[in-house]
Design a protein around this ligand. Structure first.
Ligand SMILES: Cc1cc2nc3c(=O)[nH]c(=O)nc-3n(C[C@H](O)[C@H](O)[C@H](O)COP(=O)(O)OP(=O)(O)OC[C@H]3O[C@@H](n4cnc5c(N)ncnc54)[C@H](O)[C@@H]3O)c2cc1C
Length: 369
């Protein structure tokens, strides 16, 4: 590891959007922090393999961490982006129904959103023809606070904030062999046998959070949730974008349905689908094109198969209760260890308030050690 120091106050494992936001919030409180990342660069896993959507917080159960952090994160991410000149587009999102059965689901979504303090506007077919003439549907709900953001630039700004407060980042360094000792947590890098130590270790390792946790002998196995990987593949559209807003069908069991999003260059991207997988493989397979075509055709009948090509994919880390899990010693009795599990969507939108929440936990632990 490229640092001469061997003893730290706080180590954050993982330089994805969540780990970086946590480290930024700790650095903002004038505390020493080191981010350790196994890859060559920041944000190379899930944080750059998503839809880049700033969600409103519509679907999650009231008072869940997802509902609370998403709603707060939505407004905070827009103000941070404005202040820092990060590219975003608050373009709005339509959740569409294509049958009377789906219209009933829209009504449930509207009620749920209302419980979370989010007002969705009902749009009928005539109105929709004016705002999105290429869209085929019975009716829709409109969320005006949904949008898209340049997540790479968001992470780059978090790093600027960390370094500005003398926090550090190291790359190509995989944290392993974690051992809990009295008032210290020891760990190795890249499985060598040189031990480093930290007062607090914050596990933000995304798809590998449960693996890092399993690596800690003193952590009870019952504290580590069972993780399911749900892969989402994307296809891109060649040619002009048919829509100005984000278009979402009603959600599926493991995702939000194959939707139409825009990137900041104005290009249309379709996806992600949802497929339970056992391992991390980001390849996108051509056989999926037909499935995407059939799904998109329902809301955009003019689509032709030759206009969609395979793009990227990302993998969601899902826990049974489908909410974020943030554990400290009150959950697992190890003072100095904070684990984050199941940080799937809306983790990008929620990154700023999650960072603040974990930093507050850190300060409590720090003051007590
Ligand atoms: C298909 C898909 C679409 C999504 N769409 C959206 C969306 O539109 N809006 C939204 O708000 N959210 C969305 N999300 C969710 C969002 O992308 C994630 O919640 C967020 O990126 C998680 O960030 P993270 O930092 O926890 O994880 P990651 O970005 O995966 O970062 C974890 C980091 O830890 C590193 N690491 C792992 N193990 C170790 C180790 N032992 N030592 C050192 N480093 C390690 C990894 O290399 C990685 O860089 C989507 C997710 C998916 C999969």
């Amino acid at each position: 590891m490229k640092t001469n120091q061997t003893d730290f106050e706080c180590v954050v494992v993982g330089a994805g959007v969540v780990g970086l936001s946590v480290a930024r919030s700790i650095a903002k409180r004038n505390k020493q922090v080191l981010v350790i990342e196994k890859n060559k660069r920041f944000g190379e896993e899930t944080s750059s393999r998503n839809s880049g959507v700033i969600h409103a917080g519509i679907y999650y159960p009231k008072n869940s961490l997802k509902a609370t952090f998403c709603k707060k994160g939505n407004s905070e991410i827009y103000s941070y982006a404005k202040k820092r000149g990060i590219n975003f587009n608050k373009c709005g999102k339509l959740i569409i129904a294509n049958s009377s059965y789906e219209e009933k689901i829209l009504s449930q979504i509207k009620t749920n959103a209302q419980k979370n303090g989010i007002i969705l506007k009902y749009k009928n077919k005539t109105h929709l023809k004016k705002i999105e003439p290429n869209l085929n549907c019975f009716s829709a709900l409109y969320s005006e606070t949904s949008g898209i953001i340049d997540s790479h630039d968001l992470m780059a700004n978090f790093i600027f904030d960390i370094e500005d407060k003398k926090g550090e980042l190291v790359f190509q360094s995989k944290v392993s062999n974690v051992k809990i000792e009295k008032k210290k947590i020891k760990f190795c890098i890249n499985n060598d046998n040189n031990y480093y130590s930290t007062k607090v270790l914050i596990n933000c390792s995304g798809l590998e959070s449960h693996l890092l946790a399993q690596n800690i002998k003193q952590l009870k196995k019952s504290s580590i949730p069972k993780i399911i990987f749900v892969k989402g593949s994307y296809m891109k559209l060649s040619g002009k974008s048919p829509f100005k807003k984000l278009i979402y069908p009603v959600p599926t069991k493991n995702g939000l349905g194959i939707h139409s999003t825009l990137n900041l260059d104005g290009q249309t991207i379709f996806g992600p689908d949802d497929e339970v997988v056992k391992e991390i493989n980001y390849n996108v397979f051509d056989e999926k094109r037909l499935k995407f075509f059939n799904s998109i055709k329902k809301f955009w009948p003019e689509i032709s198969l030759d206009k969609i090509t395979c793009d990227y994919s990302g993998i969601r880390t899902k826990v049974k209760k489908n909410d974020f899990i943030i554990q400290d010693h009150s959950d697992h009795q190890i003072k100095g260890l904070i684990n984050l599990f199941g940080i799937d969507s809306p983790g990008l939108t929620s990154s700023i308030p999650v960072g603040e929440f974990v930093a507050d936990k850190y300060i409590d632990i720090f003051n007590d050690l």
